[in-house]
Write a protein that binds this ligand. Structure first.
Ligand SMILES: [Zn+2]
Length: 209
């Protein structure tokens, strides 16, 4: 994408770079578009969202997968809440598909998969808890997340892979809010598998009216 704002109609309300490994959260109101840009390529954005006015309603990977009868998120996917209501729609993305079954990396999963020496490494769960704590949410509010730009194919035997990404520098995903929501992001700090190309990098978040 030569112009990172191209294709966005309406005023730019917010435009910020999220540093590598950092948490981020921001309200996105109904009708607004959130553009997430993978600035340097193959950077997983772990993503949760909650109803801005009642955060007991939040993103549901299960309901979204069941309703669209497909495990991948791509242009046209409607992201449902745990109450079965549309929270957001994927307006467009040049990346063929995005993941919502791979989960968020944590101290626990890192030590299980990669060994005890990874125990002190920063994780997406740390970022989610930090961002959520600003709005009074805790561990009970952690649910299955979206992994924008992450490639998690399902093998023939049902095994999940975490493999080299299919994103590239400057690629993006546009998501239109269908209700007032708060978007919560962990710019994934994982360095033990290829989800970030073993090199976490910044992403850019833009909200357009
Ligand atoms: Zn992660």
């Amino acid at each position: 994408m030569t112009d990172p704002l191209s294709g966005l109609s309406g005023a730019i309300l917010y435009d910020q770079v999220v540093p590598a490994r950092a948490p981020w959260d921001q309200p996105v109101l109904k009708g607004q578009t959130l553009r997430m840009i993978d600035l340097e390529g193959n950077q997983a954005i772990d993503f949760l969202m909650y109803n801005l006015h009642d955060d007991a309603e939040r993103y549901s990977a299960q309901d979204t997968i069941a309703a669209q009868a497909n495990i991948f998120l791509r242009t046209g996917s409607v992201l449902l809440s745990n109450e079965g209501r549309p929270m957001a729609t994927v307006l467009g993305s040049p990346v063929a598909y995005h993941d919502t079954i791979g989960g968020a990396c944590s101290c626990e999963s890192n030590t299980l998969r990669y060994g005890h020496h990874t125990k002190a490494q920063h994780s997406c769960v740390d970022n989610f808890l930090q961002a959520n704590a600003r709005r009074g949410r805790g561990k009970r509010d952690m649910v299955s997340n979206i992994n924008w730009f992450m490639n998690v194919p399902v093998e023939a035997d049902g095994a999940l892979g975490i493999v080299d990404g299919i994103s590239a520098p400057g690629l993006y995903v546009d998501m239109r809010a269908e209700m007032d929501l708060v978007a919560v992001v962990s710019n994934c700090p994982q360095i033990n598998n290829p989800c970030n190309g073993f090199n976490p990098t910044p992403v850019r978040m833009i909200i357009a009216a």
